[in-house]
Structure formats: C-alpha cells, structure tokens
Design a protein around this ligand. Structure first.
Ligand code: SIN
Length: 515
C-alpha cells in the first residue's frame, strides 16, 4: 500500500502530466518551447499544485477561447504562508551571494528571455490581447530590466562620511531589504514582473509574486527561465490565484515580508497601504494616472499627432502612462484634430495574433463598460464623436476621438484605460497648466512645443513624476518610473529603482584614534 506521502507525490506527478497534455490545446499549444507553458504555482523552484484541487481558466480577450491548461488555484492562506516561509528561508543565504553572481544569473535570465522571444511574445498576445508587434515590444522592454539591473548589481556603492566625533569613522552600506511581495497587473504581463524582480534579485532580495489571474502564463514562463538561469530554490516564488484580495492581505500583513511593490489602481494601492500599516513595511506603489497631453501652438503638429497615437492608443489605451486628456491650443486644434482622426481611422482592430492588426481588444467586458460610459457621459454633456464611439463585438471597442469635451465630463477626471482620445481646447500656457494639474493623480504628462523657454517652464510646472517633451513614449529601463500625488510613490527602473529594494545602514566605528 502507498503511504500518504507517496500518494501525494503520485497525485502531483499525475497533475503535471495532465497539465502538459492540456497545454496541447489553445493558443499556447503553438509554442516552440512547450516547457514555457506552466499552470501551477512556483514555490522553492518546484511546480506546486493547488491544495484544494480548484482551478481557473484563462481566456483570450480576442476570441474568448481558453488559451492553455486550467491554472491551479493556490491562494489559500496556508499556501501563501508557505510561499512566504520559503522566501524567508532562502533570503538567509541569498542575501550573502556576491553581487557578481547575481549579475551573472540576471544576465543569464536576460539571454534566456531573448532566446525565447517568439514564444514569450506569443504568450503575452494570447493572454492580454495586444498585437504581436506590441507584445514583442513589451517583451524586449521586459528583458531590458534584467539587462539593466544585472549591471546595477555591481554598482551598489556605499559611502564614507566625515566624522564629527574624534576617533570615529562613518561608513554607509547598502543591504537588501529582505523578502519582498510583488503584485503585478494584467496590462503588461511580463514587463511589470521584471521591472520589480530584476532590482529585487540584483539587490539580494527574495520574492513572492502574485501574478494576475487574467494573465498568469507570462509570469509562469519567466519562472521557468529563472530556474534555468540558476537562481537558488526559494529566491523567486509565484502564487497563482483568482483571489487577489486574500493573497494581497496576507502578503501586506506578514511580518516576514519587508516590502510590497504593487502596480495597479489607486483604489487598490490605498487598500494595500492600509493593510501594510501594521508592519510599517516599505512600499512601492505605481498607481493610476490622468496624463495630460498638451499641444501648444508652436508645436510640430505632425509629430504631435504621431506622439498622441503612440501615447494614447498603445495597448488600446490600457497603460497607466497613456494620455487621458488631450489639451490642444485653439490656434492649432482644427489641424491637430483632423490629422488625429485621419490617423485613427487607419487603425486595424482585431485579434492581436493576426498579421497587420494594429490594435487589439480590451481585457474584459468591465473595461468596455467604462469606456462606453465615458463616451456616453461626454456626449450627453455636449462632446462630439469625431471617430469611433461604439463597441464592435466581444471585447473590441472602436478607437474613439471626441472633440469639444466639456470640463465636467467624467473622462477628464477619471482614468478611462481604453481607446478614447478626449480633446479639450485651451488658449494660454497659464490656463493649460492649471487644467493639467487639476487632478488628484500625477504619473506622466506630455507636451509638444518648440520654444525652449516654454519647455523648461512647463516641464517644471507639471505635477507629475514623468514628463515627455516632444514624445509620446517615455518607457525605458534606464529612467525612474513613478508618480506623485495619488499616483503613488517609489521609483522603478534606473539607478533609483535599486534603492527601493535596499536599506541604507550607517556603521559608526569609534576608538580609531584622532583625526
Ligand atoms: C503601466 O501601464 O503600468 C506601465 C506602462 C509602461 O511601463 O510603459
């Protein structure tokens, strides 16, 4: 007779076999490297099935079809506590690895990501819906965080500070903050994970990641590559669950988790911050935005139209840095609007996996409801529909341009997170800065101008964490990404992104003689 332990091992093995055969149907069956299709949580470098035996399905937002195997529900309190325990244990040794070894592992991860580019982009398109070209763009952006932070691992410099006490020497060192919890969104299923784990791993932290239930496969594929890159067991752990509320609450309240990094809505960010209050842990919150995109009357209008297309309609408007309010000087409003509408009418909307598609679906029907509400609300208040304005079918919404949007329209004060360009006219620099800053959030802001004095004035006056001048695209691994006001705090990417995963410790050594 089998012992209970053997029976459980057998069950696990059976599940793994079922998982691999189930992977043979759906869009993920097209992958060249089937090892990248995983559907269980990843704990201590092992694939671990659900304790309850429950699963959930992941659907292609373009077709509604299931894209791969059922994913195991692993978000019970006991399973989350287990992941935390593993990360805590692994931290004891991982924190003492050399920066050079961490650099080598991250470089290996970067190279493995590049070697699997087509498959990783296919997964992003299948679960998120963005067109394949955009998915490749996200994938390269995602890999670039591993490349950047591999190098940063070797630059965790400290400091020597002159003493005010005789015989003392003051030395500042950087240390990893500890095991961290990482909670990521569905709009960038890959890049929002590496933007957080790469600095964490470079600094010497271990991680427990909660991947979104809409898009878990990109994170699980990355975990497979993390293992192949040689990261020790327990350094990266992933929880698959539809129950974000329970998982988030346990991670935030845990005394063993020393930092939480979250990208998502301002509402959820506030909840996580309050749940983290009892332990006063470090937080990085990259939350919602309401980006102004300003076109001055001295702007290059064709460049501004191109910038607006990239900024507003990338990922069908589902990015937190995308333009939410397009503010155009009255002198150039007619020309800009006409050219923007002409460009939007050329978009090819459809299944992101198909050739020639420029814009994909929204993630689910709730997202469409919000866009539809914003369009109808603005039109009721007097805005004009200049392009689109309606649902197509399934999760598709027509790329939309609204003109003459009145100041009280909901789409100007709330983040639409969809393909809606709301145009508002202004007549002076002073007025537009007031409009741009009249919001509780401040993530990104953009403007087009060829006047160097104005460029400095406006860039400094905008209440945001990131300003794009004469560009609609700012995202790079090398810049500090983050906001002000209710867009959150902390910075990701760049040399500043490392310090979010470090503590700064001063060592004051006395009795060292005079000087
Ligand atoms: C986001 O939408 O949260 C991130 C967008 C980006 O990094 O470009």
């Amino acid at each position: 007779m089998l012992t209970a332990a053997l029976r459980s091992v057998n069950l696990q093995a059976q599940r793994t076999i079922m998982t691999s055969s189930a992977a043979l149907s759906g869009k993920l069956s097209a992958l060249k490297n089937p090892l990248l299709v995983k559907s269980q949580s990843f704990i201590n470098n092992e694939w671990v099935g659900s304790a309850s035996g429950k699963t959930f399905k992941v659907h292609d937002p373009s077709t509604g079809e299931q894209i791969g195997p059922d994913v195991e529900e692993c978000g019970s309190p006991a399973e989350v506590e287990k992941a935390i325990k593993v990360a805590k244990e692994a931290f004891k040794t991982y924190q003492n690895t050399t920066p050079k070894s961490r650099q080598d592992m991250l470089t290996k991860l970067y190279n493995l990501m590049l070697a699997n580019t087509d498959d990783l982009a296919t997964i992003i398109t299948a679960e998120n819906g963005k067109p394949l070209a955009d998915a490749k763009g996200e994938h390269m952006y995602s890999a670039s965080f591993c490349e950047w932070f591999a190098a940063e691992a070797m630059r965790t410099y400290g400091d020597v500070i002159p003493a005010t006490i005789p015989g003392m020497r003051n030395v500042v060192i950087k240390q990893p903050v500890g095991p961290v919890a990482i909670i990521t969104p569905w709009n960038f299923p890959s890049a929002m994970i590496t933007r957080k784990i790469a600095p964490a791993l470079a600094a010497g932290c271990t991680c427990v990641i909660k991947v979104p239930a809409e898009t878990p496969f990109s994170g699980l594929a990355l975990a497979q590559l993390v293992k192949e890159a040689g990261f020790p067991a327990g350094v990266v752990n992933i929880i698959t669950s539809e129950d974000s509320k329970t998982v988030g609450e346990i991670l935030c309240a845990s005394k063993d988790i020393k930092k939480v990094s979250f990208t998502g809505s301002t509402n959820v960010g506030k909840i996580l911050a309050s749940q983290s209050a009892s332990t006063l842990k470090k937080l990085s919150l990259e939350l919602g935005g309401n980006a102004p995109f300003i076109v001055f009357n001295d702007a290059d209008i064709d460049a501004a139209v191109q910038g607006a297309i990239a900024c507003k309609f990338r990922s069908s408007g589902q990015t937190c840095v995308c333009a939410n309010r397009i503010l155009v000087h009255t002198d150039v409003a007619a020309e800009f609007t006409e050219k923007l509408v002409a460009a939007v009418e050329k978009f090819k909307v459809g299944d992101g996996a198909e050739q020639g598609i420029t814009h994909g679906p929204l993630i689910h029907s709730r997202a469409l409801d919000k866009v539809e509400h914003h369009v109808n609300d603005a039109v009721e208040r007097g805005a004009k529909v200049l392009a689109g304005g309606k649902r197509i079918k399934g999760n598709f919404f027509q790329p939309t341009v609204l003109g003459d949007v009145p100041a009280d329209a909901a789409c100007l004060s709330e983040e639409t997170f969809g393909p809606l360009a709301a145009i508002v006219k202004f007549s002076s620099e002073e007025q537009v800065i007031e409009i741009a800053n009249d919001t509780d959030v401040g993530l990104a802001g953009y403007f087009y101008s060829r006047d160097v004095g104005r460029i400095w004035r406006v860039a400094e006056a905008l209440e945001v964490g990131m300003v794009g001048v004469n560009t609609g695209v700012i995202s790079q691994a090398t810049i500090p990404f983050g906001g002000v006001k209710e867009s959150g705090y902390g910075r990701e990417g760049s040399k500043y992104g490392m310090s979010d995963y470090e503590i700064t410790k001063v060592i004051c050594m006395g009795g060292l003689g005079t000087s």
